[in-house]
Design a protein around this ligand. Structure first.
Ligand code: UTP
Length: 273
């Protein structure tokens, strides 16, 4: 049973400076909704109601966003503007939010390990809110992954095919396809050069992890860029047991980059506004 979703949201977001100097990247809006709210909605669509958020310095806006703003709500009460708050109010009512801080930014693996205190010893989902996933014709990406987890009961990472010239930005897997779109991972490399990449199947910001990952992360030395990499820990988990990669249905926007952010903004404006 997966009941919690972890949101590592402690990164500096340097690609969006100066916008992210005093504001978390996860609060950047696609049209009028912050990235992290899309992430919480996706978790809820997979029937996950406990949100565990790993923040860092200067990220207080995230906590304020998932809280009531009495002054503002009083001000617009009874006016047509109240409808703008319907969605966020409903999220606050349905979900619980808990927070912990990553004290030093030592990478995604380290951020996930910092979340252990909020997760405990149970399988959990991870959403990187700067990867925005959209699948209007069907189930959300996390809901699809949950089904894969329920069938196989091991860690599952979401993957998509990228151009070979882009592999250096991602964790890249190789493996045997054991069912349609489901690969048993046999290798995983973080941000490889084109010639070192085991395939063009790139891991995106959605994971379901079994809790033994925490012990593995504790033992994982710093890897690429001197950061503790979730990719290295997953490869270790792979050697000890099994990790699956799932080629999801839907579209992912890399909203951690300016190009992906603008593309998502244009598409969401056209589709949903
Ligand atoms: P990114 O690689 O996008 O790094 O992190 P970043 O710092 O957010 O952004 P840039 O590259 O400087 O522009 C991927 C995800 O991992 C989280 C980030 O918040 C983001 O969701 N992260 C990364 C942490 O929580 N802690 C870290 O130490 C590193």
């Amino acid at each position: 049973m997966i009941s919690k979703c972890l949101f590592p949201a402690a990164g500096y977001g340097t690609r969006f400076l100066p916008a992210t100097k005093a504001m978390p990247k996860e609060m950047l809006p696609i049209v009028s909704k912050p990235l992290i709210q899309y992430g919480v909605e996706e978790a809820l669509s997979a029937n996950i109601k406990t949100m565990a958020i790993v923040t860092g310095r200067g990220k207080r806006a995230i906590e304020d966003h998932f809280d009531i703003s009495y002054e503002l709500e009083q001000q617009i009460k009874g006016s047509s503007k109240e409808s703008y708050l319907t969605e966020i109010r409903s999220l606050i009512q349905q979900c619980t939010f808990s927070y912990t801080r990553q004290i030093e930014m030592k990478g995604l693996g380290h951020a996930i390990l910092s979340g252990e205190t909020l997760i405990g010893k149970e399988p959990f989902a991870v959403i990187l809110a700067d990867d925005l996933c959209d699948n209007p014709q069907g189930e959300s990406v996390l809901a699809q992954m949950r089904k894969v987890y329920e069938r196989y009961r091991c860690s599952v990472v979401a993957i998509e095919e990228v151009a070979m010239s882009e592999v250096y930005k991602y964790g890249v897997i190789s493996g045997k396809e054991i069912d349609s779109g489901i690969f048993m991972v046999d290798n995983m490399v973080e941000k490889p050069k084109e010639e070192e990449a085991p395939s063009n199947l790139a891991v995106i910001g959605r994971y379901i992890l079994t809790p033994d990952i925490f012990d593995i992360l504790r033992q994982t030395p710093p890897g690429k860029n001197g950061e503790i990499q979730i990719t290295d820990a997953l490869l270790e988990q792979c050697k000890k047991g099994m990790v699956l990669a799932y080629k999801f249905q839907g579209k992912r926007y890399d909203c951690g980059s300016i190009d992906g952010f603008v593309e998502a903004t244009n598409d969401f404006y056209r589709k949903y506004h």
